[in-house]
Design a protein around this ligand. Sequence first.
Ligand code: BYC
Ligand code: FE
Ligand code: FE
Length: 471
Amino acid sequence: MSVDYLGRIPNNVNLKDDRRLLRALEEWQPKFLEWWKEMGPDGFQAKDVYLRTAVSVDAQGWAQFGWVKMPEYRWGIFLAEPEANRVVAFGDHKGQPAWPEVPGEYRGFLRRLIVTQGDTEPASVEQQRHLGRTCPSLYDLRNLFQVNVEEGRHLWAMVYLLDAYFGRDGREESEALLQRRSGDRDKPRILGAFNERTPDWLSYFMFCYFTDRDGKYQLASLAESGFDPLSRTCRFMLTEEAHHMFVGETGIGRVVQRTCELMREHKTDDVRAHGGIDLATIQKYLDFHCSVSLDLFGSEISTNAANAYTMGLKGRFEETKKDDDHQLKSATYRVSALDGDRLIVRDEPALTSLNERLRDDYVADCQRGVDRWNKIIRDHGIAAELRLPHRAFHRAIGAFADIKVSPDGRVLSEAEWDAHKHDWLPTRADEEHVASLMKPVTEPGKFAGWIAPPPRGINGQPVDFEYVRQM
Ligand code: BYC
Ligand code: FE
Ligand code: FE
C-alpha cells in the first residue's frame, strides 16, 4: 500500500486520486486548525515538542519521533493493511464478504456509531486544554501533548469515514464535530464522561487509565465491524491508544509511589502536609473516574447493542477468537441487575447483554493495573489497598442510575448516601488540595513533589531530556 507522506494530508488511502474527497477534507482542514487553536492546548503552541508522528502502518516502525510545533503536526489518515478475503464475522451476515462500502439499509445506524466515536476525540482535547500550565515535568507535558495530537488524529480518522462514505450528511456531521464543546450547556459532547472536567493531573491520569481504556474496548469492538474501512481505521487507532493507557497507568503508579515514599519518610498516612496526595484521595478520584467510564458502555440491556451486532456493525471484544456461533440468538449471558433493593446477577439473552459483556472485559482489564499499583504499596510495606468500585456505584446510565450504592456494593438509602458520599467521591477540599499541588515544573529532569520520576524516558531518550523546548 502506498503512503503519501508529502501531500498536505499524509495518508495511505490514495487521497490524491479521489478529488471529491480530497476537496472535502481540504475544506475541513482549516476549520480543524481553527478549532485546535481555540480549544487545543492552552499555550505551548509555538514550542518544539518531541512528538511521535504516524508515517505508515507497518507493525514495526510506523512512528517517527522528532521536534514538532503542535499546529504543524502532520495529522494523517492511516488505515491498517486490508486483510485478504475478510468476511463479516458475526450477526445475520456472518460469512459474507466484508463491505467495502456502507450497506444502504444500515447507513443511519453506522453514521451514528462513527459520530459518537468521533465526538469523544476532540472532547478529550478540550477537557485537557489547561493542563499544560501546571505540568509536573517536561516528560509529562510531552506525554500530554502526544495524547492530544493523537486524539486529534483520531478525529481525522472518523471525519475521513464520514466524508468518504456518507456524502453530504457525513460532511455536515464532520462540521458538527468541531462545533460541540465539552461541558457546554447548549452544545455538549455526546457522552457523559466527555463533559466532565479534567482540572488537575490526578484527574488526567485517571482519565487516561479509565476513559481511554473505554476507547480501547469500543475501538476493538468496532475493529470487528463488517464495514471494512471502519475496521481498518480502528485497528490502526488501537496502536496509538496503547500509549494513552500507558500514560494513565504509569502516571497513577508514580503518584502512588511518591505517596508511599512520603508515608514512610514521615511515618503518617496523611501526606498532605508533606506535599503529597494521600491514598484516600487517590481512591476517591479512582472511584469517580471508574464510575463515569463504566457509564460509557451504555445500558446493561440494550436493543441498540443487539442491533449493532446482528447487523454486523459492532462485534464483541476479540469476536473472531470466541468459540461459539457468533450469532447469539439463543445464548444467554450473566448480567448484573437490581431485584427490589438487592443487587443480583441473572441470565439474560446474550444479544441484548452485549454492552454488559464488553463492560465485563473492561473491568477485568482495569483490575490488572490496580493490582500493579497495590504491588507498589505492598513493596513499601504499607498495609493498604486500592480497589475498583462496585459497578453499581455512582452510575448515571443503566439499571443502577436511580439508586445509591456504596463502592463495596451495598444499596443505600438517600440519607445513608448523603452521609457518606464525601468518603467516596472527591470533595471540594480534596480538589483544592490537589489543585494546590499543581505548580508547573519545567526544568529538564525535575519533577513535582507529589509524583515520582519515571524509570526511563521516551523513545530511549533520558528522563532529563528537554522534551518540550523552552525556547
Ligand atoms: N452518556 O442502548 P443504550 C474514546 C445513550 S472512548 C450519554 O444503553 P448503546 C476516547 C445512548 O446514546 C470510546 N448518553 O446504549 C477515550 C442512547 O441514546 P438514544 C467512545 C449515553 O447505544 C478517551 C441511550 O442512552 N466510543 O474513544 O448501546 C479519550 C440508550 O442507549 C451514554 C464509543 O462509544 C452515556 N455514557 O451504547 C478520547 C463507540 N450511554 O439512542 C477518546 C460508539 C448511552 O436513546 N458508541 N447513552 O438517543 C457506541 O457504541 C454506543 O453509542 C454506546 C452506547 C456504547 C456509547
Ligand atoms: Fe482516541
Ligand atoms: Fe486515547
